[in-house]
Design a protein around this ligand. Structure first.
Ligand SMILES: [Zn+2]
Length: 120
């Protein structure tokens, strides 16, 4: 998969808008530059941990320097980790709600059976 495609697959837009990781400007997909945090010429990989969304202006001023590499790697990946935790908490909540609903349903059923006196 193309690294640009990889990044877009893993980062949802905000109603078609993306945010530059440097200046925070909102940009359209066509204006997004997917930047290698560790530049390719220093062996930076086409992996999610090494990719960030920049506007064209910020990407141009960054070029292939290593100046921002460490903080960018930390920022990008800590945000991703927080997102992953939030997502797993949300799905855990959803599954708890589901099982509570299921339990409530079967409790109502069994009470209804007792009231009507019917056996299964
Ligand atoms: Zn920018």
């Amino acid at each position: 998969m193309d690294y640009r495609e990889l990044w877009f697959k893993n980062n949802e837009s905000d109603h078609g808008w993306y945010t530059c990781a440097k200046c925070g400007k909102k940009i359209r997909k066509a204006d997004v530059d997917i930047d290698h945090i560790v530049p390719q010429k220093y062996g930076g990989e086409d992996k999610l941990y090494n990719l960030q969304c920049l506007c064209k202006h910020c990407n141009r001023s960054k070029q292939a320097s290593l100046k921002d590499t460490a903080p960018d790697l930390f920022k990008t990946n800590s945000q991703r980790a927080v997102k992953a935790v939030k997502k797993s908490v949300a799905s855990a909540k959803a599954s708890v709600v589901k099982s509570v609903k299921k339990a409530a349903k079967s409790a109502v059923k069994s009470v209804a059976k007792k009231i009507t006196g019917k056996k299964k």
